[in-house]
Design a protein around this ligand. Structure first.
Ligand code: NAD
Length: 364
């Protein structure tokens, strides 16, 4: 199965997402476009490399003799300035030039880190995303947002740099720990809630099959979910307006993620954020109680959290949102969600400033 991401700004930035069982083998076909490429930097984390690295390396070696494999420890901490610099130093030592290609093999952490290295190394190298988590397949590998974290917060330093191809092989998901799978499911459900009612209904109907890793149901859901992300990015590559809808659940979710000291996974926090933001939209009279309940029920059935964890108060969450990078002078804007599959905009603006007292009322 294939999906194309057409970016209007520049024809040569468009790329194909290959989805399906065994789709990583398409790498060979993609390589044909890189006849002039001499070096490859394969960036992965140690967990993923142990499972899939040598196989991928063998297929890269068939085409390119100069491969530099760079491994980082698994986990969010690897999205750091220090890791980025050490990867760049290794690439410089190996004399990887502008005729090099970066391949990111892993979840969102590796994709964001390797993508950001590719965005800045010698002012930009092409890179291929080979996402191995559900979250990375439906979300982070598509759209070109790449970043690292700083002590002050997540993704504070980054760029927009589109990949040249995305190879989403669902076979990778067979080894993914259940908790990580569910975390990715949260972003998949998000795409149904914000832009595709049919996807949402399919998920309601097929959730048990998806949780049992039924390949057909999973592929169908992944395809529709990726299509939502691709469509939004095509219309608004640099988050001038519409792309903001992808942040559904993230305003409160990011605050919870930071307050949990990153013990909770990203998708888990987004799930909590989506449940709470749905409650807020219902409280403000935008969303019906019935749609709110359906959304929360689906998250719950998927085994995702929907409430603030013990030890984190509504007050702390609201305070944290006020110092988020998206807040302006402490004023926080929230997305206007009006029904399943739709977000509302007023004059092209999808967010509205909400007083913290209203938000707090929904968090307690
Ligand atoms: P991750 O990359 O940390 O991967 C989760 C864990 O699963 C890691 O331990 C990894 O080693 C392991 N793993 C990966 N694939 C595996 C497989 N197939 N089998 C077994 N284990 C495997 O986490 P993630 O959830 O993929 O990504 C989270 C990151 O994505 C966060 O940093 C978040 O900010 C970022 N993100 C970025 C965007 C974007 O648009 N760029 C969007 C959403 C999230």
């Amino acid at each position: 199965m294939e999906l194309n991401v057409h970016l209007r700004r520049s024809q040569n930035q468009s790329y194909t997402i290959h989805l399906g069982s065994g789709s990583v083998s398409v790498l060979d076909v993609e390589f044909e476009r890189f006849a002039e490429t001499h070096g490859v930097a394969l960036i992965s984390d140690r967990n993923v490399y142990a499972l899939y690295g040598s196989k991928l390396e063998r297929s890269i070696r068939k085409r390119f003799s100069h491969i530099l494999t760079l491994l980082v420890p698994a986990g969010e901490r690897s999205k750091s300035r220090w890791r980025k610099a050490s990867i760049e130093d290794a690439m410089i030592r190996e004399e990887l030039g502008r005729d090099s290609l970066v391949i990111a093999l892993g979840g969102g952490v590796v994709g964001d880190l390797a993508g950001y290295v590719a965005a800045t190394y010698l002012r930009g190298l092409p890179y291929v995303q080979v996402p191995t988590t559900l979250l990375a397949q439906v979300d982070s590998s598509i759209g070109g947002k790449v970043a690292i974290n700083t002590k002050a917060g997540k993704n504070l330093v980054g760029a927009f740099h589109q990949p040249v191809a995305v190879l989403a092989d669902i076979d990778f998901l067979s080894t993914l720990p259940k908790r990580q799978f569910l975390s990715g499911l949260s972003e998949l459900i998000k795409h149904g809630i914000i832009a595709d009612r049919h996807l949402f209904e399919q998920l309601e109907e097929n959730l048990d099959r998806i949780l049992d890793m039924d390949v057909a149901s999973l592929t169908q859901a992944l395809y529709r979910s990726m299509a939502v992300k691709a469509k939004v990015v095509q219309k608004d590559e640099k988050e001038g307006g519409l792309r903001k809808i992808l942040n559904w659940g993230h305003t409160l979710g990011h605050a919870v993620e930071a307050l949990s000291n990153y013990r909770l996974l990203h998708g888990e926090c987004v799930s909590i954020g989506m449940a709470l933001e749905a409650r807020l939209c219902r409280h403000l009279g935008w969303l019906s109680r019935q749609d709110e309940q359906r959304e929360i029920l689906l998250l719950q059935r998927a085994g995702l959290p929907i409430q603030l964890p013990a030890g984190i108060s509504g007050h702390e969450v609201v305070k944290k949102t006020q110092i988020d990078k998206k807040a302006r002078a402490g004023h926080v804007r929230y997305l206007v969600h009006d029904k399943i599959g739709s977000m509302s905009s007023v004059d092209g603006t999808y967010t509205v400033q909400i007083p913290s007292s209203e938000v707090l009322a929904c968090l307690s």
